[in-house]
Ligand binder design. Structure first.
Ligand SMILES: Nc1ncnc2c1ncn2[C@@H]1O[C@H](COP(=O)(O)OP(=O)(O)OP(=O)(O)O)[C@@H](O)[C@H]1O
Ligand SMILES: [Mg+2]
Length: 307
């Protein structure tokens, strides 16, 4: 595991070490939750199909996989409240998002070529690809911030999306404090709830009174996540949210996305984050084509390493 290596190579004070160890415990717990989910699904499959002749082979192979799954021995009592919690206000129906034949060019630069994708309710997708291939363009088209050169898209009627753009600099601005900025998005919201969302992103009372103008890139990202928690959308669209975040916040974000009962599409280069939540990987390529892989990032990376 990558995180173990990071901690092994760690050269900090005892206090730093203690914090890092906590992050590791959290990561293990997260792995554990993922494995437990997989175990439950495998068990359900085996239960359902072991008596069914046409599915017997699949049931046996899943039973074998199940036998191999081991849960780390972590006591549930060690569980801390995650600091990033996304809760959808509205339950979604059976349609999430569909893109049909989307193409986009900036002048002569053809970035997306005939992209057709369907996202089912509850899917957690990692959108990956080299710098400049068009990931942000695709998200902006999804968010209807810009119109594609060709193609169309349909959001499910029950979807309330919530967007974390790649560039938070122009969005988080103004004369007010952090608290004012967040409150302005939802003036009717309970003060304690707003303070709680900022607190979860580790802004203490005094920092919440800081001016928005004075905050760093990392703090802007934490602010954006606070805003998303408050919004309570059922479909989260995130463009490189882990840039400028420290390891603890990335682990918390991975946990938040994994636990979230809704859809996620997240662009990131951070393996730790992608490993944590994604169950479908979409890679954009420089020629405008895509690879659509159903599985975890780890499985996708393994597959690619064999090619
Ligand atoms: N408004 C624009 N006008 C012209 N060209 C643009 C515009 N926005 C993006 N591009 C170009 O389109 C291509 C795709 O950009 P985009 O930002 O979508 O890629 P990305 O995959 O998000 O990149 P990164 O990993 O750097 O965030 C790039 O070549 C970029 O230079
Ligand atoms: Mg981008």
């Amino acid at each position: 595991m990558l995180i173990t290596k990071k901690i092994r190579e760690f050269t900090g004070t005892y206090d730093d070490w203690y914090i890092a160890a906590n992050v590791l415990a959290k990561q293990l717990e997260l792995d554990n939750n993922k494995k437990q989910k997989e175990k439950d699904e495998l068990e359900a499959f085996v239960r359902r199909f072991s008596a069914n002749a046409s599915k017997a082979k699949q049931a046996t192979s899943r039973q074998r996989k199940l036998d191999k799954l081991e849960l780390e021995d972590i006591k549930p009592s060690s569980r801390r409240d995650p600091s990033i919690v996304f809760k959808a206000k509205r339950q979604m129906g059976d349609e999430a998002l569909e893109l049909r034949n989307i193409s986009h060019s900036y002048g002569d630069n053809e970035v997306l070529k005939d992209v057709t994708l369907k996202f089912e309710p509850g899917e957690k997708v990692a959108l990956i690809g080299a710098n400049g291939v068009g990931k942000s363009t695709l998200l902006k088209i999804m968010m209807e911030e810009m119109k594609p050169s060709e193609g169309e898209l349909t959001w499910g009627a029950t979807i309330e999306n919530s967007y974390f753009p790649q560039d938070t600099a122009d969005i988080i601005e103004g004369d007010g404090t952090l608290y004012d900025w967040l409150r302005a998005h939802d003036p009717k919201r309970d003060i304690a709830e707003i303070r709680n969302c900022l607190g979860r992103m580790l802004f203490n009372g005094e920092q919440q009174e800081k001016g928005v103008v004075s905050i760093s890139g990392g703090e802007k990202h934490r602010m954006m996540l606070s805003k998303m928690m408050l919004e309570g959308g059922n479909f989260l669209v995130l463009d490189e949210p882990s840039n400028h975040l420290d390891l603890e916040a990335i682990v918390a974000l991975g946990e938040g996305l994994l636990e979230f009962k809704g859809n996620v599409i997240c662009v990131s280069h951070d393996r730790e984050l992608l490993d944590a939540f994604a169950s479908r990987i979409i890679e954009l390529h420089a020629d405008g084509s895509i690879t659509d892989f159903k599985g975890s990032y780890e499985e996708y990376a393994e597959l690619k390493s064999k090619q």
